[in-house]
Design a protein around this ligand. Structure first.
Ligand code: ZN
Ligand code: ZN
Ligand code: ZN
Length: 364
């Protein structure tokens, strides 16, 4: 990692007319300096001034981890001990040239720190960091796009093995443990595992339970991992032995809706319209009120990040953005279904990073 991201962030601070940016442990910190800091009661804080001075305030016991991350090559480490007040350390860094008029503070900084910083810097106005860092993170560089493609191929490989795991008599938890091993064989970390069998599939963020798979169950499998810092996220639908009644027709509608939304993606396309492309077909089939979430979310170093593909988002997408297209239909007490691929906006259209078959696979 070079200084380009810190330079761009410092420029964003200047362009916004602010004096500094304060970033605690978060994806923003990983993005800026590659350090996956531990969020806890001891303060770790990147202090980036408008003129590009970057310091990382770190607790003494975390300093070795900060150095090992390589962050010390990008920023000056300012180490504090357990008998010092880290807020006073930050105050000192920020007031060398007088009290700052306005600073941005990261969206994920614990309020216990933000409130103390506000008290220590009375008269300084505090702004959210999202408007500064969001536009930087939302456009993926060629290297980031390659990482997302590799993560996509990795989760494709996991899904390819899922049919062998689904048999009557196994629990969702047992299937989930096997999937966890498969994810780790292809990724560095497991991000999440959803095995929604039968009625559990009707709850979009159901994780896993001790429910035993039954013949005739539909199973929603939505899984993701982290590979070289970038996330995968992919959903496919399976059935145990046979499809439940009424399922095949509905799944055909869903597949068409997902395809329509993917086809609606291109530079300049509006997220609200991409969402509508999927929603319209599901609504026409009579299930509009059973598609109970937005069509997609951005993805990168976080599973959910900007841009959100939702009816209220009218900011056009641009080449280099990456997000999911994942319409779903959920019938309470019966089953659910969702088809999810990650797509990249290219210079002239769209590219999927997931290629596994989208039809329902009957296993067991
Ligand atoms: Zn989700
Ligand atoms: Zn997703
Ligand atoms: Zn997902």
């Amino acid at each position: 990692m070079d200084n380009a991201r810190l330079h761009a962030a410092a420029k964003a601070v200047r362009d916004a007319g602010l004096d500094a940016l304060l970033v605690g442990p978060s994806a923003d910190l990983r993005y800026l300096i590659g350090y996956d800091a531990h969020a806890m009661e001891r303060l770790t804080l990147l202090v980036l001034t408008a003129d590009g001075e970057a310091s990382l305030v770190v607790p003494e016991l975390e300093a070795p981890a900060a150095r090992a991350s390589g962050a010390a090559e990008l920023v000056e480490l300012v180490v504090w001990t357990d008998t010092e007040d880290p807020i006073a350390v930050v105050h000192r860094l920020l007031t060398t040239a007088g009290r700052p008029g306005a600073v941005a503070v990261s969206d994920r900084l614990y309020s216990v720190f933000t409130l103390r910083l506000q008290a220590a810097l009375a008269g300084t106005t505090f702004h959210p960091s999202g408007p500064l860092l969001g536009p930087l993170r939302i456009i993926k560089s060629p290297a980031e796009q390659a990482a997302l493609r590799a993560a996509g191929a990795a989760i494709d490989a996991v899904h390819a093995a899922v049919p062998t795991l689904l048999r009557p008599g196994r629990t969702e938890a047992e299937v989930g443990r096997d999937i966890s091993e498969l994810i780790l064989a292809e990724h560095d970390e497991v991000a999440f595992i959803i095995v929604g069998s039968g009625p559990n599939g009707a709850s979009p963020h159901h994780a896993i339970s001790d429910r035993v798979l039954q013949p005739g169950d539909a199973v929603v499998i939505d899984i993701g991992g982290v590979r070289d810092g970038y996330c995968s996220d992919m959903t496919r639908n399976y059935a145990v032995g046979a499809l439940p009644e009424g399922y095949a027709e509905l799944h055909a509608v869903l597949a068409e809706a997902q395809e329509a939304a993917v086809r609606a993606v291109a530079p300049g396309a509006v997220p609200a319209e991409i969402d509508r492309a999927a929603r319209e077909l599901i609504t026409d089939a009579g299930y509009g009120d059973r598609f109970i979430h937005r069509t997609g979310h951005g993805i990168g170093i976080e599973v959910h990040e900007d841009p959100y593909i939702v009816a209220t988002n009218t900011t056009p997408v641009a080449a280099g953005m990456a997000f999911s297209i994942e319409p779903g239909i959920y019938l309470p007490d019966r089953f659910g279904m969702r088809i999810e691929d990650i797509v990249l906006v290219t210079e002239d259209g769209v590219e999927r990073v997931n290629h596994g078959p989208r039809e329902v696979l009957v296993a067991g």
